[in-house]
Design a protein. Structure first.
Length: 602
């Protein structure tokens, strides 16, 4: 989450004041010992501490309310200063760690009401659930709060609602107080780690919070797609995870002993990957009721999950992609700038297995992960075909209409959505590596889809998650969701778990592409009438640039599809008038003409 302009100015001003103070307001010191400073390249992990200011005598009702809300950003885990704004009965109702956090933008609006009440409202950007789930809010959403006030010792104090209260933080405060971290799960039949995005307070108890989150069950949107090595019912044996000499010491309850060696290894890998997101942590040890656990070979501490054979699946950076113009497909390096002297001219020769020609009556092309097969949809959107350079074209028997652009996953399955014979929208998968000549697309279970229609999909490199764009029957109410892919033991997709909404700040979404295992890019708009533009986003976080113009990418009129040749800097867009545009900073440079850009699996 980006800081606002005012937050940046205040930080700069504070830095100047501290610098002048250190120099005695009169330049560098002329006397004193010479001491060794921080080494070049040394990372300073010391966090900026925010200390709240307590209530002033004689403060008005509005001032007390503002002061209390502002005190929510105090780094003190006890929020002792904030409690000074509360009347005694409300202290236990302030549940900053177990109730919702409202993230707002702009100014608070305070209105005095009869009966010593103050109503508070603000434009709301997001709401964060107690489990750390960040939920963006649609444009124009507002948060409302009504607080009572009463006199205590002659001074106004806040009465909180009887059902409790969490926190209200503006975007800058939230960025200082909360941090985005990932809880990791494992694929059922492999050793891939799959992240789940959360937001947690960045105070001294972050290690404990992360460990407790890792011990929780698999979330609904990944249910069936991933699993966990943590046995059910396992909890922390003590309510703290100390970090001693860089080692996070995780002491578990006796339920952890029920894990067999394979699950114990997975549990250790998950906790290691999760805990190493804390800068002070360099290794993880596990114990059960203070008795150390060991891995085969007597290993008692682990420094990386990869030591145990577990890690996330990266998206491969590409040197070239295929671009289609008319009937022809050829190699293209969209990042190559011929007028730059230092630019290295790419090798654009066709590679073994490249498909070089597809009639222009077929569209919405997709390239397999190995780069040797192309899927295409007919211009009537009622037929699907597979193309290889070494085999005759394979025409798939009709199975649906209104077919979407297909997409391949890393296991060789082709994904496409369309309307079945009854007019119901379905997601279909086709085993493209099957030796069975009669293999046909099979519908998978998506009961959550209901009457909605899929317009685009993108499968993650780990083949465990898919980003799905859907609309209602009339093409409105556009939603982007993250779903887990439930597979059979042989890898065949069986179902998609109920999606977790993403990018709620966008009212229209045209296309989506994965950038890596946690970041993605979309083509969309915030409000009707605004230009379509690409946006960068993180799973379970805000869409960059929607809160302020800083960081926005330039609009692209007529943008149709988006992909990447390597992370956010390698974005490539194809427009409706067949311009192929590559990202150049925040703007776009035309590198070719074409109707399709084909990146493996993307």
């Amino acid at each position: 989450m980006r800081r606002g302009r005012h937050g940046g100015r205040l930080a700069a001003l504070a830095a100047v004041v501290l610098l002048l103070g250190a120099c005695g307001w009169g330049g560098l010191p002329g006397t004193g010992d010479v001491i060794e400073g921080r080494a070049l390249g040394d990372v300073n992990n010391e966090q900026v501490r925010v200390i709240a200011v307590g209530p002033l005598d004689g403060a008005s009702q509005e001032s007390i309310v503002r002061g209390f809300l502002r005190a929510g950003e105090d780094n003190d885990d006890t929020h002792a200063t904030g409690k000074l704004f509360l009347e005694p009965a409300s202290v236990d109702r302030w549940r900053w760690s177990s109730q919702e956090v409202v993230v707002y933008g702009g100014e608070l609006t305070l209105t005095r009401r009869k009966g010593d009440r103050v109503d508070v409202s603000a434009p709301v950007l997001a709401r964060v659930a107690p489990d750390g789930r960040y939920v963006e809010q649609p444009p124009g959403a507002r948060a409302q709060l009504s607080l009572g006030l009463t006199k205590v010792g002659g001074e106004w104090r806040v009465e909180l609602p009887r059902d409790g209260f969490g926190l209200w933080l503006d975007a800058d405060q939230f960025a200082r107080v909360y941090t985005n971290r990932y809880v990791y799960y494992v694929t059922p039949n492999g050793r891939d780690l799959v992240p789940d995005s959360r937001w947690f307070p960045s105070g001294s108890r972050l290690a404990t919070t992360l460990a407790r989150a890792q011990l929780s069950a698999v979330p609904e949107h990944l249910a069936g797609a991933v699993t966990t090595g943590v046995p059910g019912g396992t909890r922390l044996a003590v309510n703290a995870v100390p970090v001693v000499n860089g080692t996070a010491q995780v002491n578990l309850s006796s339920q952890a002993l029920s894990a067999d060696p394979a699950r114990r290894t997975a549990m250790w890998a998950q906790l290691t990957k999760t805990m190493l997101q804390i800068p002070a942590v360099t290794a993880v040890s596990l114990s059960v009721d203070t008795t150390p656990l060991e891995l085969p070979g007597g290993v008692t501490t682990v420094s990386t999950s990869s030591e145990l054979g577990y890690d996330v699946v990266p998206r491969t950076a590409l040197e070239t992609v295929l671009v289609r113009r008319g009937d022809l497909l050829r190699r293209l390096d969209p990042r190559f700038v011929p007028d730059v002297k230092s630019a290295k001219r790419p090798d654009l020769k066709a590679r073994d297995g490249d498909v070089d020609r597809i009639p222009d009556t077929w569209r919405s092309l997709a390239l397999s992960v190995d780069g040797k097969q192309v899927a295409a949809v007919s211009d009537t959107r009622a037929e699907l075909s597979l193309w290889r350079s070494t085999e005759p074209t394979k025409s798939i028997a009709p199975f649906a209409t209104s077919l979407t652009r297909p997409v391949y996953d890393a296991d060789g399955y082709l994904w496409v959505a369309g309307a079945d014979a009854a007019g119901d929208d379905q997601v279909f998968v086709l085993d493209t590596v099957s030796s069975d000549p009669r293999a046909t697309p099979e519908p998978i279970r998506t009961p959550w889809l209901g009457d909605r229609r899929v317009t685009a999909m993108a499968v993650a490199a780990d083949a465990s998650r898919v980003l799905v764009i859907t609309t209602d029957r009339d093409g409105r109410d556009v939603q982007l969701g993250l779903s887990g892919i439930v597979r059979a033991t042989n890898g065949q997709p069986l179902a998609l778990s109920p999606p977790l909404r993403q990018a709620q700040s966008l009212t229209r979404i045209q296309d989506v592409a994965w950038l890596d295992w946690v970041n993605y890019a979309v083509i969309g708009q915030v409000r009707a009438g605004e230009p379509m533009r690409p946006w960068l986003a993180t799973l379970g976080g805000a869409v960059d640039g929607t809160m302020q113009e800083v960081g926005r990418l330039s609009p692209v009129p007529g943008a149709v599809t988006i992909t990447t040749v390597g992370g956010p800097r390698g974005l490539v867009i194809v427009t409706s008038d067949e311009r192929v545009l590559a990202r150049a900073g925040s703007t776009w440079r035309q590198t070719a003409r074409g109707s399709d850009v084909l990146a493996p699996g993307g």
